[in-house]
Write a protein that binds this ligand. Structure first.
Ligand code: TEU
Ligand code: CA
Length: 552
């Protein structure tokens, strides 16, 4: 594993919601370009752009109609090149989203598939069983994973929306196309890829019926499918001609299975995104949500991945937020103690072993917008889920409760740059409403206030850069069953870090693990001005014990 990846801090941009440069209400590439200094100042070393390719936006760019061009609303390939050069001149690497499990149904290949057998074989198209689809698989966005092809008796597979037909990766011509796309962007200077639902690209031959299941029926036939590693290795060979970073989004993956992706000689990916810690408060997202879930469940998910990947010689990705997940303050922290809990969560995450990811706005402690009306939402998944819940007999109140808590739009409201109209995101009408708290929560104010979440992130990132133990250290958790605090230790080259976090809104007695002497140590980070024998609400404290003295 390359050292620059271990030392990277990656900032995720969801372009549609980041910064609008021309007043059409939609974030764009020139908007991104104007904020690169801000990202550099934060201390990030790399940005990940959610898809910017041509797309009809059924799923906000995750439905691609041309892999070699930029979405009209976002600008031009020329704008992209300027942005890339500007990022590189600031020392920021840029990785793109690689969405190859499916295309848009408006991609030329899919259009040609109607008349040309060559392109028909680019997709997974099959005869139905009488009036029924070819099998019983269900889509991630609810309902059957099949749609009638061109109005006839054939069906095409779509694991996501019906405007996202799955590619037939078993076809070598499709893989050649993908390698061409990789080269196209790598030759432009892009530094790697975040690979969308990459562990779903190989489907079991014959597309067998799925086992009975309440959700994602058929998943045993396409999650980590039979030829997945063969295909990943093929792509890796191209990536390895360049100095790249790859992180794969792997759904339904256990820490043990993750080792097949990121450990050993020449692993197919550098890192994977896990989902275990994203499912501690829900069952299949919509069936059941529990904001008061046991904190020990979250700790267990995180620690399992730490232990297994470290012992197995892999490397973790560290994240609490992305464009698919609710805001972490609203979910794992506390909106009433917003800054305290945002800083605590940042501490908890950043001192684990792995490469940290920051999702735009997380560094400001942005919260869920709390939209009450379905018409305030924009996400295709949210509408599909509402329909499913309705069919299941959930009342309007129950449906809105779940949507308000889980909808992906929670993370997709515009970035709050300042306290002017629309939080400085746009001069026009934003495509999705701005969070009502923008007068208080915004970047301008955060930059000026020494105690802001933003300035805490800056300190955290700077500290991580100074402390090899924070990057390379091993990991031991203490008191894993506590629901009140999380304590873990990192050790490397004679230095020890002790990270202590109060996970609650109440005071908690400080417990020091046996055998550790903190009197010798020094608190190098805390989200409160004063410390005592009691941990204040959401207090986070980091002790540096032993090792060389720090020179700041
Ligand atoms: O997400 C894949 C995925 O399985 C989920 O995170 C998904 O967003 C949903 O929550 C399932 O309930 C990736 C992208 O991150 C997402 O934005 C896309 O919609 C999806 O793939 C399809 O490309
Ligand atoms: Ca715009």
């Amino acid at each position: 594993m390359k050292d620059w990846i271990k030392n990277a801090v990656i900032y995720q941009i969801y372009p549609r919601s980041f910064c609008d440069s021309n007043g059409d209400g939609i974030g764009d590439i020139n908007g991104i370009c104007s904020k690169l200094e801000y990202i550099k100042e934060l201390g990030a070393t790399c940005i990940w752009l959610s898809p910017v390719y041509k797309s009809p936006n059924d799923d906000n760019g995750y439905d691609i109609s041309d892999y070699r061009d930029i979405m009209t609303e976002f600008g031009t390939l020329g704008d992209f090149k300027v942005m890339l050069a500007t990022a590189h001149s600031l020392g920021l690497r840029v990785i793109m989203d690689l969405v190859i499990n499916h295309t848009s149904d408006e991609h030329e290949w899919f259009k040609l598939a109607r008349t040309d057998p060559k392109y028909r074989d680019y997709y997974i198209i099959k005869k139905g069983r009488g009036k029924k689809p070819p099998n019983n698989w269900s889509s991630f966005f609810t309902g059957p994973a099949w749609e009638r092809f061109d109005g006839g008796d054939d069906y095409y597979l779509h694991l996501f929306s019906k405007k996202q037909p799955d590619l037939n990766m078993d076809n070598p011509a499709v893989r050649e196309e993908i390698k061409g796309i990789l080269r196209f962007w790598l030759d432009l200077g892009v530094d790697g890829f975040r690979c969308d639902v990459i562990n779903l690209i190989s489907k079991a031959p014959g597309l067998p019926q799925g086992k009975r299941s309440i959700a994602l029926r058929g998943r045993e036939h396409y999650v980590n499918g039979p030829r997945l590693f063969e295909y990943l290795k093929e792509f890796r060979a191209v990536l390895d001609e360049y100095d790249t970073l790859t992180v794969g989004e792997c759904v339904l993956l256990t820490a043990q299975d993750a080792l097949n992706f990121v450990a050993g000689e020449n692993p197919p990916l550098d890192m994977v995104f896990s989902f275990e810690h994203m499912s501690v408060d829900n069952i299949f997202k919509w069936l059941y949500v529990n904001p008061n879930f046991k904190r020990s469940k979250l700790k267990k998910a995180l620690s399992d991945w730490q232990h297994r990947l470290i012992e197995g010689g892999g490397w973790n990705s560290l994240y609490f937020e992305n464009h698919d997940q609710p805001r972490s303050v609203s979910r794992f922290g506390n909106e009433s103690l917003r800054t305290e809990s945002a800083k605590m969560l940042a501490t908890l995450l950043f001192f684990m072993q792995g490469t940290p990811f920051i999702y735009q706005g997380q560094e400001l402690g942005m919260t869920n917008p709390g939209f009450d009306k379905l018409s305030d939402y924009r996400d295709v998944e949210t509408f599909r889920a509402d329909g499913l819940m309705k069919r299941m007999g959930f009342t309007k109140k129950m449906r809105m409760k779940r949507i308000k808590y889980m909808s992906r739009d929670n993370a997709r409201t515009p970035i709050q740059w300042d306290d002017s109209v629309n939080a400085g995101f746009t001069n026009g009408e934003p495509w999705i409403a701005v969070n009502a708290n923008y007068k208080k929560v915004n970047a301008k104010r955060a930059i000026q206030s020494p105690d802001s979440v933003l300035n805490y992130y800056k300190r955290l990132i700077a500290l991580r850069a100074m402390l090899p133990v924070a990057v390379y250290g091993d990991y031991t958790e203490h008191y894993p069953r506590s629901n009140r605090f999380m304590i873990y230790e990192r050790k490397y080259g004679g230095a020890t870090l002790l990270v202590i976090c109060n996970l609650t809104a109440k005071d908690v007695d400080l417990v020091i693990p046996k055998g550790l002497d903190i009197s010798e140590g020094r608190v190098i980070l805390c989200n409160y001005p004063n410390i005592s024998a009691v941990l204040q609400p959401y207090e986070a404290r980091v002790y540096y014990l032993g090792g060389k003295p720090l020179n700041e």
